[in-house]
Design a protein around this ligand. Sequence first.
Ligand code: PLP
Length: 584
Amino acid sequence: MDVEDFREHGKEMVEYICEYLSTLEERRVTPSVEPGYLSKLLPQQAPQEPEDWATIMADVDSKIMPGVTHWQHRRFHAYFPSGNSFPSILGDMLADAIGCIGFSWAASPACTELETIVLDWLGKAIGLPEEFLAFPKGSKGGGVIQTSASECVLVCMLAARAQAIKKLKQLHPSVEEGMLLSKLMAYCSKEAHSCVEKAAMICFVKLRILEPDEKCCLRGDTLRQAMEEDEAMGLTPFFVSTTLGTTSCCSFDNLPEVGPVCKRFPAVWLHVDGAYAGNAFICPELKPMLGGIEYADSFNTNSNKWLLVNFDCSTMWVRDRFRLTSALVVDPLYLQHGYSDAAIDYRHWGVPLSRRFRSLKLWFVLRSYGISGLQSYIRHHIRLAKRFEALVNQDRRFQVCNEVKLGLVCFRLKGSDELNQKLLSNINESGRLHMVPASVNEKYVIRFCAVAQNATEDDVDHAWEVITEFASELLETQHLEKVASVYYSGVAWLVTRGGRTCLRRLALFILRTCPVASAIYGFLDPSVLVGAEGYFGQLGSHATPSTLPLTIPQNRRKTNSWHEKEPQRRIRSQILTDKKQPFL
Ligand code: PLP
């Protein structure tokens, strides 16, 4: 492809993207495919000869798109938002075209300097303490863009580990580092993201997962008690990861309590993970939720979640960049340059050496929307979540299960976990909405997140209509199953107790009349009952209610325009609903 081809196909691609994003609603939100679908459609080897662009794009439409989950769809309410906006897409396009690998200042000065500047802009807008910024005179702090929140937590834990080992080594110079490592203890709440556990696995340190309070919030006393116990056992607390806006239910650890506890343990590094919620602090009225940040050593938030920036763009700030980099510096000759002392080399701030020019898209977004535009976006999502919360609260069959502070509502049908599991899997299988579950206070809940950039009140109302439609149907089915079960129990009682021929005859008579009754109810498959008659015949006096076959066909689901557009096949791949482990 030469530059003229690129000019032409680039324009076509922009057209394709515009068409895709503006007609998303005509598609199912989740694909209707099963694992391995694509390998049946694509050849097993790369083509030996070049193919033309039109053929490749035709395959995008016919083979790739059918397997895509549409995260930008108005009916997508799963996980947290996946940031997306036109300025950000354009920023990524330009970064890809420049194609620099900005591991050091010298490797591409603008790449490094823009990152430092926009991270200061964003840090100020969020309301981080000055020590986290790079530019105030004498500051040791600064921000960096990492690939993911998981990576932010990992590098902070690595830095904390290096710092703790160094301190222990000073106290016990003759003890091997491996032995010192075995003494280190990290802490987080049960509600923390699983990436903390993964970081501890990678760092080869112990992690104590603490019980939060009834609002899913880690409290200072819980942490203090755990740290004191561990210290008394000869262990060294070295890292605490707190969360502002947990994944399951968007709860907030009590940072004003946890912070002072950490200060009592000099080796401890306090990290604050605000992967989703941290973006909201650009709104002045939400800044109080950041209270306690003055105790933290590091903070991260994903602009690529809730600030209209495309993945990847996970922003992280540290109070002392030298403590961070001391754990990660390696300095071969081929990477050195003459300005090492005067400039930031981001290769020392993370795991990878190579880095994309990610600050461009963040810069484009900050300038195109302005802080005020981004504040409106955040507030709009919160309003949508509040509307959804009000709808749930108006329906006595449901309950809201979290304190709705931002864009996430956790709710459930009053009833068993199984009932809610069934509800969610029915909804997800329909392809009309997509949500994921979580466990909140040991209960299975459904998470509804405001996700699409331009979602409206109508979208929320539509989602609620779909949810209540499925719920009504499920509850009705459940009720009918209960009625049927009582009926069968009665029949079974007659069969088991009815030793006399006349009673058994009566039972069989009831069974024969059953299809008539079921026709009146209009839901039971007569063959089940005919089958049951044979079953009774076989089992005779051993039949009990629990051994009776009982099936209620689920064939009465209503359809609407969303549904009718796609074949009614089962979706399997994308849904976490049926897995025991909730949303991770
Ligand atoms: N921390 C929190 C609070 C999250 O909600 C998530 C993901 O949703 C993560 C960390 C992990 O994010 P990433 O995928 O960027 O590693």
